[in-house]
Write a protein that binds this ligand. Structure first.
Ligand code: ADP
Length: 167
């Protein structure tokens, strides 16, 4: 799988599936979740999410992308960061792995990821970037392209450092 990093808005990515940084209720929220709901069509996406009946932390569920150019949205529920001693690393890695597995199930070959948990959920961005890159690099998947979408240039820099170190 090719892994690349770009700076931009996840809702504008021209890929088969975009990943949402969702919460357990899949009821919508702020940050990426709010942006995705607005761009996809809030009413349709809300209904599709409600039908899924929630999602545990560390896991992922797919809905259609509705008005997005992406055909699918993979809603991944990241951990809320407390102190790093509550399984946060494993739960965040699990989000990336499960998002790829769900992408495989729906047949998506290109997937864009936001920096899951690093906004409202407070995950330290440096460690989150390491987990994202390492988990994607070791994933067993039919996905051909994973794109890490940084909202800001600092996050892009973190991804670029880690991808360069791995080359
Ligand atoms: P969480 O609740 O998992 O922390 P957030 O949505 O609050 O999720 O933030 C996750 C990350 O997504 C943050 O780094 C934030 O800057 C970034 N972000 C917010 N909006 C967008 C967007 N439209 N596209 C890409 N990334 C975004």
């Amino acid at each position: 799988m090719r892994i690349e990093a770009v700076q931009g808005d996840i809702t504008r990515q021209d890929v088969d599936a975009i990943v949402n940084a969702a919460n357990q209720s899949l009821g919508g929220g702020g940050g990426v979740d709010g942006a995705i709901h607005r761009a996809a069509g809030a009413a349709e996406l809300h209904e599709a999410c409600a039908a899924l009946g929630g999602c545990p932390t560390g896991d992922a569920r797919a809905t259609p992308g509705f008005r997005l150019s992406a055909r699918w949205i993979v809603h991944a529920v990241g951990p809320r960061y407390r102190d790093g001693r509550h399984g946060e690393q494993e739960l965040l890695a699990s989000c990336y792995r499960r998002a790829l597995e769900v992408a495989d199930e729906v047949g998506a070959r290109s997937v864009a990821f936001p920096a899951i948990s690093t906004g409202i959920y407070g995950y330290p961005p440096e460690e989150a970037a390491s987990i994202a890159v390492e988990t994607l690099q070791t994933a067993d998947t039919r996905v051909e392209l994973a794109r890490l979408v940084a909202f800001d240039s600092a996050t892009l820099g973190l991804y670029e450092e880690r991808l360069a170190a791995a080359r």
